[in-house]
Design a protein around this ligand. Structure first.
Ligand code: NAP
Length: 276
């Protein structure tokens, strides 16, 4: 199967991830993997696509679980010798009125949205084949949360030399600061989801820079994006876009033509590069 192109979408049993898989099934010339932390929900989603005449394959993936990530990595290595498209879509958000203590929300949200996404990247990026595409689903909320950071933090998050270790240190510090109730004094905005998505956007900028430094000749394009405000379990029924509309920008980035030399290392919404 080493010559069959393969695409993987995380957290794709429902919502935007499911719509991304649906679109890739129609447009990607290869095998498309719908992944889910719960195999039952995942298989159900695959069956739903089958009813639409679309063929997605399934693999379990819980991005909070390093063993699960590594099992997918080994499977892809063994069966396909790597992968061509990776869409990091899986994410969580506490509801606005959730009464869970903020420090707990911070820890839980960062665990999945930032640290889980980073672990997937650590394990799977080395497998991405030349001309591959990586899409990290962030949010416009990352931009507004950046605006709510202290000048010093903004400077760090916009830096073109920040390292992955420094970013991890900052994300860890946010969680620690919330536990001590000093996060606002330390210059953080009052949004755990927003900070987690700052992490995803900045991580994408760092990873793109690393690809430039270490794998320039491989022409891999890696970007972060916002899907828009999308009617899913996360955002609710009042959101403006359907899941299929929300999938448009991530799918555009996943299917950039092989002769494209950009966008790369950017943050996009509505298929347009935004200033970070
Ligand atoms: P959703 O309907 O709640 O779907 C989230 C998906 O992520 C579900 O499949 C969920 O699986 C999965 N997931 C959560 N934690 C996971 C984990 N540890 N491992 C694997 N999968 C996990 O949300 P959505 O609106 O489609 O959101 C998709 C992405 O878009 C997220 O990154 C979100 O932050 C981002 N986003 C959404 C909006 C919006 O307006 N909806 C706006 C900006 C950005 P389960 O079913 O098992 O929970």
């Amino acid at each position: 199967m080493a010559n069959v192109p393969v695409a993987v979408v995380t957290g794709s049993n429902k919502g935007i991830g499911f719509a991304i898989v649906r679109a890739l099934c129609k447009q990607f010339p290869g095998d498309v993997y719908l992944t889910a932390r719960d195999p039952g929900r995942g298989q159900e989603a695959v069956a739903k696509l089958q009813e639409e005449g679309l063929r997605a394959l399934f693999h379990q993936l819980d991005i909070d679980d390093l063993q699960s990530i590594r099992a997918l990595r080994d499977f892809l290595k063994e069966k396909y010798g790597g992968l061509n498209v990776l869409v990091n879509n899986a994410g969580i958000a506490f509801k606005v009125h959730d009464t869970t203590p903020f420090a707990v929300q911070a820890e839980v949200t960062l665990k999945t949205n930032f640290f889980g996404t980073r672990n997937v990247c650590t394990e799977l990026l080395p497998l991405v084949k030349p001309y591959g595409k990586v899409v990290n689903v962030s949010s416009m909320v990352s931009s507004s949360a950046l605006g709510g950071c202290s000048r010093e933090l903004q400077q760090k998050f916009r830096s073109d030399t920040i390292t992955e270790d420094e970013l991890v240190e900052l994300m860890t510090k946010f969680v620690e600061d919330t536990k001590k109730s000093v996060h606002e004094k330390e210059g953080w905005p009052n949004t755990a989801y927003g900070v987690s998505k700052i992490g995803v956007t900045v991580l994408s900028r760092i990873q793109a820079r690393m690809l430039n430094e270490k794998r320039k000749g491989d022409h891999i394009l890696l970007n972060a994006c916002c899907p828009g405000w999308v009617r899913t379990d996360m955002a609710g029924p009042k959101a403006t876009k359907s899941p299929d509309e929300g999938a448009e920008t991530p799918v555009y980035l996943a299917l950039l033509p092989s002769d494209a030399d950009g966008p790369h290392g950017q943050f996009l919404s509505n298929k347009t590069v935004r200033t970070w």
